[in-house]
Design a protein around this ligand. Sequence first.
Ligand code: NI
Length: 210
Amino acid sequence: MWIRTLFCKQRFNWDSTIGYNGTLDDFNESTDDRQRFVTMAVLPILTAPDRRLKQISKPISEVDNALRRLMDDMAETMYDAEGIGLAAPQVGVLKRVICIDLHYAHNDDGVKNPIFIANPVIVHASGEIVWKEGCLSVPEYNSEVTRFAHIVVQGWDRDNQAMEISGEALLAVCLQHEIDHLDGKLFIDHISVLKRSILLKKLKKQKEEK
Ligand code: NI
C-alpha cells in the first residue's frame, strides 16, 4: 500500500462565525499550529433506509473554501463516530467527496491523517478480496463483500491539486466502499436480495420506533 500525495495540510484560518478570514496567499504559507483550522462541526449521519443515500452525487467543479469546510466537517464527523471512511452523501450532501483515515479509529495515539478526495475515479482495479464491511449509515451490521484487491484512484485533494492514490487490502476496500456511496450504493447492495430486504425492514422498524 502506498500513497503518492499527502493531504490535509490545514493551512488556513477559519472562524466559524465569519468564515475564512485570511487571503488566498495564506494557502502558500507553511503550516503553523496557530493557523490551524480548529472549528469543525460534527454533522448528523444519515442511516438506511434513506432516499438520499440512494442518489448519485454531483461532481465538484473546484475544491474551494466551502468544500474544504465540508471536508473538515466530514473528517470530524467520521472521527466522532469512530469510522474509517465517510462520503458526503452520508451527511446529506450530494457531492462527490470522500474522506478516509484508516489509522485514527484503530489506534490510541490520536494521530489524524485524513485523506480527502474530490471526484474520485477508479483508474485501475485488479484481483479480488473478501472483507467484512460495516458502514456508519447501516448501524450494527457487518457482512462480507467481494471487492477488487488493488485499485488506483485519481481525483482532487484538499488543495484542489490532482492526486492519485493506490491501495490494497483495507485501503482498497475502503476506497471502493466510499466511492460506491457517491453512486448511491451501500455495501448491503452487494449482499443477497433476501438478506438485504430483511435487514432494511429491521432498520426501518428501528427508525420508526425512535
Ligand atoms: Ni459506508
